[in-house]
Design a protein around this ligand. Structure first.
Ligand code: PLP
Length: 398
């Protein structure tokens, strides 16, 4: 697999070797329960608290504002269900957007069944929520607004500072799902008026099964997992010490390398967009051209939408891992992407996107190889793809 190319970093990232090395002692000799008072326990506790500082530093939070969870999904569940109270207040109102990850959308649907009112804001053709739509949707009983920082399909970045400011001015809490954004773009909760922010270690070269929720001091939040009172009572359960250590290490590496890494990934991304959206191919860019995660490219393929799965398998045959949407779409094969539908694409187009997401270990050489193989595959699947298709105006759709 030495010549294989992994271009699916939005689904998950490979673990950085430095992270794996940092975790190693906590998988073997340091096995104590961080709640134990003996030396084994104290050593584990020290490691968990160091990681808390590292994760806090990534988003400019105070360490005691970080709650470790078992995933980004759990962090968002805690933010939404926990801020509405258990059982959820029946008259409460939540505002979210139509393009959230299922971690937020499915939680909203579950809360709706308990009598909570949910407003799902539309997005424009770039996938952006309009601040004016949020302002118009706020009600006196709006308890929480939850809008993602970066979309997992298109990579589009939302105007979080502005949206959070509007929610706060109306007296609502503001949560952002920053699982895709964490470690890739600067996030500073000392400047952003957000109350809660979800992160996940496996999207930033850390281990799977570890997440965190930033909860600003003073936020009225109730736990959803009850037990021994770990994580200051917000998330009971014995801590995943090795995973948390890995998360801390990954967060620190991301914080230090982000400026340089962003420049490198934006250059690779621009090369990909230029190569894919050239007259040679029927590809059009999805999401905002500039307000996007570094290294995140998502394209539609005019006239080839029905071939998206086929394309993926062809890439796989060539040792290239890309995605047709989020990894979660494997649970709903063939379903159109809700994000693309919300952006105004028809169900055929919304079924046929190709997501190419580059990360820390990808190179310029891989980008060139990908473009060569893309040309071969598209030519094979659609010999008639030509300037004529592009000229039909498909390119404007993104
Ligand atoms: N939120 C977004 C935007 C995501 O992209 C993902 C994972 O793809 C999640 C939440 C879920 O995170 P986790 O896999 O840690 O549960």
């Amino acid at each position: 697999m030495s010549s294989s190319i992994y271009f699916d970093n939005a689904a998950t990232t490979p673990m950085d070797r430095r992270v794996a090395e940092a975790m190693q002692p906590y998988l073997n000799e340091i096995f104590g329960n961080p709640s134990s008072l003996h030396e084994q326990g104290r050593t584990a506790r020290k490691a968990v608290e160091k990681a808390r500082e590292q994760v806090a530093a990534l988003v400019h939070a105070c360490p005691d504002e970080i709650i470790f969870t078992a995933s980004g999904t759990e962090a968002s569940n805690l933010a939404l269900s926990g801020s509405l109270g258990i059982p959820a207040r029946r008259d409460a109102h939540i505002i979210t957007s139509r393009i959230e990850h299922p971690a937020v959308l499915a939680t909203c649907a579950a809360l709706e069944k308990c009598g909570v009112f949910v407003t799902r804001l539309p997005v424009n053709s770039d996938g952006l929520v309009a601040p004016s739509e949020l302002a118009a949707a706020l009600r006196p009983e709006t308890r929480l607004v939850s809008i993602m920082a970066a979309n997992n399909i298109t990579g589009t970045l939302q105007p979080i500072a502005e949206l959070a400011g509007i929610a706060k001015a109306a007296g609502a809490f503001f949560h952002t799902d920053a699982v895709q954004a964490g470690g890739k773009i600067p996030l500073d909760v000392s400047a952003l008026p957000v109350d809660m922010l979800s992160l996940s270690a496996h999207k930033l070269y850390g281990p799977k099964g570890v997440g965190a929720l930033f909860v600003r001091r003073g936020t009225d939040l109730q736990p959803v997992i009850h037990g021994g009172g770990q994580e200051r009572g917000f998330r009971s359960a014995t801590e995943n010490v090795a995973g948390i250590v890995g998360f801390g290490c990954a967060a620190e590496i991301a914080r230090v390398t982000m400026p340089e890494e962003t420049v490198r990934l934006v250059a690779l991304q621009d090369r990909l967009i230029e190569g894919l959206c050239s007259d040679q191919f029927p590809a059009y860019l999805l999401g905002h051209r500039y307000k996007r995660l570094p290294g995140h490219v998502c394209v539609g393929l005019a006239g080839m939408e029905g071939d998206a799965m086929h394309l993926l398998l062809e890439f796989d045959e060539h040792g290239i891992a890309v995605s047709s949407g989020s990894a979660c779409s494997a649970h709903h094969p063939g379903s159109p992407s809700e994000t693309l539908l919300a952006m105004g694409f028809d169900p055929v187009q919304a079924r046929g996107s190709l997501r190419i997401t580059l990360g820390r270990f990808n190179t310029a050489d891989e980008t060139e190889r990908f473009l060569d193989i893309f040309a071969k595959i598209v030519g094979k699947l659609n010999p008639v793809c030509s300037r004529a298709l592009v000229g039909a105006g498909y390119r404007q759709a993104g």
